[in-house]
Design a protein around this ligand. Structure first.
Ligand SMILES: C[S@@+](CC[C@H](N)C(=O)[O-])C[C@H]1O[C@@H](n2cnc3c(N)ncnc32)[C@H](O)[C@@H]1O
Length: 271
């Protein structure tokens, strides 16, 4: 992280108006924008945080993108989970260092990257994707950010239903349209006390998932919430909420694997 920029890395250039430009550093390439150009060779070998002058005297600061910066600008095949929802998924899904996490579908790989970072070098993420085109896109997007596919990230093509019992995960994270199909396999394969987290865009899907969780009698503490994020404008004395915000992305449902002789439903504490 503290090394100078190298060719092949992804780099975030922040211009004088605060706009973000994501580039892949290549010796011999040149960055172009409305205030001129900057050769990549100037950035390669420089420290993160260095400011440059473009050919048109614009100021450009070179940074490594945060994961949130990258997710908002990455190439997408499938709709990504946005950073506002990823934080709560990691927190309420209780993803931690050293855990084995099973995720599906990989989609564009945005949530996969966050899960992989959260489990750290002692943990493992198995991410399953049904569509070959999405799997290939995610693989490329992950390698672009990390530099390679890390050994503790297992990207698989297939259906997650078929992987749960073999992987025996501590945590199961589902962003796919029919997570109720995975409840049966999760009842058999998710470790006792393990957490199932599902991300769904519509109310009927949430309802169907809860019905299946209840019917299985293998999940406790099932609860659903959504996250509303309001950004603020801070410009001199004009300090106020932004006039536009994202109204809806998805609902997050969390449940714990446990024997439940009677169906029991609780909301997570503090929600
Ligand atoms: C909304 S995308 C996931 C996006 C991903 N969370 C991200 O942040 O980039 C849903 C993906 O689930 C995949 N999918 C659907 N059903 C599946 C299943 N049973 N097993 C594995 N993948 C599945 C779809 O092909 C699609 O790529």
């Amino acid at each position: 992280m503290s090394a100078p920029f190298r060719a092949g890395e992804v780099c975030l250039l922040v211009d004088g108006r605060g706009r973000h430009h994501l580039i892949d550093l290549e010796a011999g390439s040149t960055f172009h924008y409305h205030v001129g150009t900057l050769p990549h060779a100037d950035i390669i070998g420089a420290d993160e945080g260095t400011a440059f002058r473009s050919s048109g005297d614009g100021r450009l600061v070179a940074l490594r993108p945060r994961l949130a910066d990258y997710i908002l600008r990455m190439r997408r095949g499938a709709q990504v989970v946005y950073p506002k929802d990823i934080g709560p998924i990691l927190h309420w899904g209780d993803i931690g260092a050293g855990m084995v996490v099973l995720e599906a579908g990989t989609g564009s790989g945005a949530l996969t990257l966050a899960l992989w970072r959260a489990v750290g070098p002692t943990g493992r993420v198995v991410s399953v994707e049904a569509r070959p085109d999405h799997a290939a896109g995610a693989r490329a997007a992950i390698a672009r950010f990390v530099g390679d596919i890390p050994p503790n990230l297992d990207l698989r093509l297939g259906r997650v239903e078929e992987a749960v019992e073999e992987v025996r995960p501590d945590r199961l994270v589902l962003d796919l349209p029919e997570p109720w199909e995975v409840v049966g396999p999760a009842a058999a394969g998710l470790k006792g006390g393990g957490v199932l987290t599902a991300y769904l865009p519509t109310v009927p899907q949430v309802q169907r998932l809860h019905e299946e969780l209840r019917r299985s009698r293998c999940f406790l503490d099932a609860g659903t919430f959504e996250v509303l994020l309001r950004e603020w404008v801070v410009e001199g004395r004009s300090v106020r909420p932004a006039s536009q915000m994202v109204g809806h992305t998805g609902f997050i449902t969390v449940a714990r694997r446990a024997e439940t002789p009677e169906p029991v439903i609780h909301l997570p504490e503090g929600s």
